[in-house]
Design a protein around this ligand. Structure first.
Ligand SMILES: *[C@@H]1O[C@H](CO)[C@@H](O)[C@H](O)[C@H]1NC(C)=O
Ligand SMILES: *[C@@H]1O[C@H](CO)[C@@H](O)[C@H](O)[C@H]1NC(C)=O
Ligand SMILES: *[C@@H]1O[C@H](CO)[C@@H](O)[C@H](O)[C@H]1NC(C)=O
Ligand SMILES: *[C@@H]1O[C@H](CO)[C@@H](O)[C@H](O)[C@H]1NC(C)=O
Ligand SMILES: *[C@@H]1O[C@H](CO)[C@@H](O)[C@H](O)[C@H]1NC(C)=O
Ligand SMILES: *[C@@H]1O[C@H](CO)[C@@H](O)[C@H](O)[C@H]1NC(C)=O
Ligand SMILES: *[C@@H]1O[C@H](CO)[C@@H](O)[C@H](O)[C@H]1NC(C)=O
Length: 522
């Protein structure tokens, strides 16, 4: 629970020297993997939250300033209530970006507010176009200990214009994401609402020790490529307590594309996904691929709710991808209104260019699904391996799939797959033979936990304490709006504009104590 509290003591004496002092204390608590010693507010750097003024420079100036504290206890940048229009900016190490619950970051619609950066080495090109890509709204590379959080503050990508330009093929570069952190470790992204991303929402790539927690992601279900969270060539990632409505996959696990991904050779592994609710009528709840050329291994997903989605877990791959998808464990999945409960696709196609290696076959093995209930499903499973390269070790147990009013005649269509099933309704295909009641199988789910599961968040308190001294404030008691001191929460730097000194002598209350709730102006 985050709260804001400010106590203002105003001690003023009109006749001079003794105890003229204003003491302002401001604090709230939040959960984070690391607390910070230094802080500032965006308004200290000229930020204007009117929804019109660009804050790109203010963000970058604030973060550049705060980066000096990287090796001195770290820093926090507070974004107060308001609408903060901004283009792309870069974060720094040992740094927390904190959005107040009424703070909205608005993604700029001017392309020149988004620098163009190199394509990812494991992709060889941008996802939308050849060549470069627009830097993400919040971008960081080669960092350690980055926290992007808030009291459920909002990041609004204002994606509509980007989607239009993308559909009209008017973009020269790949669309930006909302948050991308590259080549970094110890990342926390939590307690935020992300809406209308131009493309993917959260993209940790070449990272380790990543926690994504308590995130709401909302995009129109028809918006192009608005994937929720895409861990890409990352190790030790934990995604939990998220609610995602998306025009593409809610979670897409990736690791590079064809020959570029094979050459880069960096898998996504040790990934935990739990307590996710997903609505994705045209895509998957959890996709593995299609870019999986660096490999995907040891994914554990549990306590997932799917509503009105195309498929539950979907493996997407193709000849030319190489790489592997192995040791996948999923349990506790509830599905309402689905086209397919299970889907594996070996002919996804989609190559970065013509230079992919047709002999690079993906290895898909040890895929475990258990303890699932689904209702209103059109077709139970479409499992399509690759001819000469079957998907093996598929295990499905304790799954009950209730069918839609007009279900497909063929409920399980399996080609080039091998495995077993147990306690599955309706009856799976012959390639997944039922073990029978006396040999009932429970598909595997690892007992031991992953290192990222033991990373704890602590309670941090944000506190700024400003003493304003030696000020005499005089105004006619009947004069309108002659406020004495107007703190904008929070304030870590005493600024002269906090003081408004009137001309006319008058009485000032001797002591005033005020409790501020968020956004209150005294
Ligand atoms: C997110 O918010 C919830 C509810 O306010 C709180 O319990 C939790 O500790 C917060 N988590 C983080 C990581 O700030
Ligand atoms: C942000 O980081 C990228 C990659 O390092 C760099 O190209 C760009 O110039 C940086 N932007 C700013 C404003 O520092
Ligand atoms: C960032 O890290 C990557 C991977 O370790 C490295 O190849 C690259 O040179 C680093 N970039 C910078 C600017 O340090
Ligand atoms: C955060 O805000 C979103 C959008 O308003 C809302 O749907 C969600 O329930 C909120 N989350 C929390 C933890 O309050
Ligand atoms: C079942 O799914 C169909 C779409 O396939 C949908 O129109 C219908 O509302 C769903 N029924 C229920 C009870 O959810
Ligand atoms: C079967 O799955 C359900 C959840 O769908 C679970 O409650 C139940 O305990 C499972 N049964 C066994 C034998 O594991
Ligand atoms: C079953 O799947 C195969 C391979 O994808 C496809 O060619 C075939 O048309 C499917 N059959 C039915 C009845 O859907």
């Amino acid at each position: 629970m985050v709260f804001l509290l400010a106590v203002v003591f105003l001690l003023v004496s009109t006749n001079g020297v003794e105890s003229r002092k204003v003491r302002l204390i401001d604090s709230f608590e939040y959960s984070a993997t690391n607390c910070r010693a230094h802080s500032a507010s965006l308004t200290d750097f000229g930020g204007v939250g009117d929804g019109i003024t660009s804050n790109t420079q203010a963000f970058q100036a604030a973060i550049n300033h705060l980066s000096q504290f990287s090796s001195d206890g770290g820093s926090l940048l507070f974004v107060p209530p308001g609408k903060w229009l901004t283009g792309s900016f870069n974060v720094t190490s040992h740094f927390t970006l904190f959005l107040h619950k009424d703070a909205v970051l608005l993604g700029s619609q001017e392309e020149n507010e988004w620098p163009v950066i190199e394509p990812l080495p494991s992709y060889g090109r941008g996802r939308d176009t050849e060549g470069g890509r627009f830097s993400s709204l919040i971008f960081g590379t080669n960092l350690t200990d980055v926290i992007i959080t808030g009291d459920n503050g909002t990041i609004d990508g204002q994606g509509e214009l980007w989607w239009q330009k993308f559909r009209a093929k008017q973009l020269l570069y790949t669309r930006p994401y909302l948050i991308e952190i590259m080549h970094s470790e110890n990342i926390q992204i939590s307690n935020l609402t992300l809406v209308n991303s131009p493309s993917w929402n959260i993209h940790p790539v070449y990272c380790s020790n990543v926690i994504v927690q308590g995130i709401t992601i909302l995009a129109p279900v028809t918006s192009p490529n608005t994937d929720g969270i895409n861990p890409d060539s990352c190790t030790n990632t934990r995604i939990e307590d998220c609610y995602i409505v998306s025009g593409d996959d809610c979670i897409a696990v990736k690791s590079g594309w064809d020959e570029y991904g094979i050459a880069y050779g960096m898998p996504t592994k040790q990934l935990v996904i739990r307590r996710l609710t997903c609505i994705s009528p045209f895509s998957a709840v959890i996709a593995l691929g299609s870019e999986m050329s660096g490999g995907i291994q040891d994914v554990r997903a549990e306590d997932i709710v799917a509503i009105n989605s195309e498929s539950g877990v979907r493996i997407k791959t193709a000849v030319g991808r190489g790489g592997f998808v192995k040791d996948i464990y999923v349990r506790g999945f509830t599905m309402h209104t689905m086209k397919w409960a299970f889907w594996m696709t070996g002919n996804y196609g989609s190559h970065p260019d013509e230079n992919y290696d047709p002999n690079a076959l993906p290895v898909i093995e040890n895929i475990n699904y258990r303890d699932m209930v689904a209702e209103n499903v059109t077709m139970a499973a479409r499992l399509e391996g690759i001819s000469g390269d079957p998907f093996t070790g598929v295990c499905i147990s304790n799954v009950t799939i209730g069918l839609a009013k007009k279900p497909k005649k063929l409920q399980w269509n399996c080609t080039d797959v091998a495995g077993i099933s147990s306690g599955v309704v309706p009856q799976p295909c012959a390639l997944l033979p039922d073990q029978g009641p006396d040999k009932a199988t429970t598909c595997e789910f690892p007992e031991e936990t992953l290192p990222i599961e033991s990373v704890q968040v602590q309670t941090c308190s944000y506190r700024s304490n400003v003493i304003v001294q030696g000020i005499t404030i005089l105004a006619l008691v009947t004069s309108p709006n002659t406020d004495g001191i107007n703190p904008a929460l929070p304030f870590s730097i005493a600024k002269p504009e906090f003081m408004h000194v009137a001309q006319t002598p008058a009485q000032i209350p001797e002591l005033r104590t005020v409790t501020l709730s968020p956004g209150t102006i005294v």
